[in-house]
Design a binder for this molecule. Structure first.
Ligand SMILES: [Mn+2]
Length: 360
């Protein structure tokens, strides 16, 4: 297991590589080139420069999060082939700087959704929150405005300006698409890309839909065990895997996270894990909470134990954190709460490892 933190280059992050390197237990970062428009090739020279900078700070770069999928691929338009070719070139370039895992998502139009990025919690910290009725009542483009206004001037991954321009038309497009068509478009992408990921020894790791239920009539597919089985069966390569995000999947209280981890991680299909906790206010409303089990509805000990028991040897990062101690940062991606989360998870991992050693 390697513990990493997400980090955004190019001055688009309040957290420095030096701070990350000084955080105990962290071996590297999951990062990206946020200025490359969706669908374009990530240039090799940019990647080499990025790797040199991260290595010079004493950190590894083995995970990319994310190379986003062009909407035409998800829509199954004829122009998808050009974007898939670009994606394959990017995979080849990533392999040349020894990237081992690529996190991406296949959510139509709207990436992750929240009703508030800085909701005040009782202890004075702020967290991202989700109120289903508010989200339904929001015009999606208005949600983009609400989110941008609270983004503290940082870019919001998945809410790129070029994507927002055509949002209303894109949402309309999907109203007539069946889930089967959507699966077929996903399979088309996987069958084209996965053989190259195999050659490059780079694990593809799809992120679940967040939240894991339909919004605005859009197809949502990576939402529970049954659908994940369908996804994995589309292409049975060991390079076709998951970013198992406990906060995303855990928003649906029917999802038994430890059971899902035991099932999919023991098959070797989970190269990357996002671990965070959430607190439900109702079945469809939640706040992101501190990582420690008692602060939310997820049993993080059982989650970490399930990863450990399944022989997990991939990458874990604490997912979103709250804003605490007066920190001003990109929503979800401040240093302090994520560093606390990383060390909590790290401590659970060490305890489980040593208890197993002492019992044999
Ligand atoms: Mn996640």
């Amino acid at each position: 297991m390697k513990m990493i933190l997400r980090w955004f280059p190019g001055g688009d992050d309040s957290v420095t590589l030096e701070q990350i390197n000084q955080t105990p237990g962290i071996s590297g970062v999951a990062t990206c080139l946020p200025d490359i428009p969706v669908g374009e090739i990530w240039p090799l020279q940019r990647l080499i420069t990025l790797k040199e900078m991260i290595n010079a700070a004493g950190l590894e770069i083995e995970v990319i999060e994310s190379v986003n999928i062009h909407e035409d691929i998800k829509k199954g338009l004829p122009s998808r082939d050009k974007y898939i070719e670009n994606y394959i070139v990017t995979i080849n370039n990533l392999s040349k700087i020894d990237i081992k895992c690529l996190c991406y998502n296949f959510m139509p139009v709207i990436d992750w959704a929240r009703s508030d990025l800085a909701f005040s919690l009782a202890d004075g910290s702020t967290a991202m929150s989700y109120r289903h009725e508010q989200v339904l009542q929001m015009d999606p483009s208005k949600m983009a405005d609400v989110m941008m206004n609270k983004a503290q001037g940082y870019s919001l991954p998945g809410w790129e300006p070029e994507r927002l321009k055509s949002m209303a038309m894109d949402i309309e497009f999907y109203q007539s698409m069946t889930t089967d068509d959507y699966w077929a478009n996903m399979k088309y992408f996987l069958d084209a890309v996965i053989p190259h990921a195999e050659k490059c020894d780079l694990k593809m790791a799809i992120h679940p839909d967040d939240p894991p239920w339909p919004l605005y009539g859009l197809p949502k597919v990576i939402i529970n065990s049954e659908k994940i089985r369908t996804f994995l069966s589309l292409n049975d390569s060991s390079y076709n895997g998951l970013t198992l995000c406990t906060g995303s999947l855990g928003a649906n209280q029917d999802n038994d996270l430890p059971a899902m981890i035991r099932e999919f991680s023991s098959q070797g299909k989970v190269p990357f894990a996002h671990i965070r906790n959430i607190k439900h206010l109702s079945s469809l409303d939640f706040d992101e909470s501190a990582h420690i089990s008692e602060y939310g509805d997820l049993d993080i000990f059982e989650i970490v134990r399930a990863f450990h028991d399944s022989g997990f040897n991939g990458y874990i990062r604490p997912d979103h954190g709250r804003m605490i101690w007066g920190e001003k940062a990109r929503p979800g991606y401040g240093l302090y709460d994520r560093a606390l989360g990383a060390n909590y998870i790290y401590g659970l991992w060490e305890a489980i490892s040593k208890m197993k050693q002492s019992s044999v």
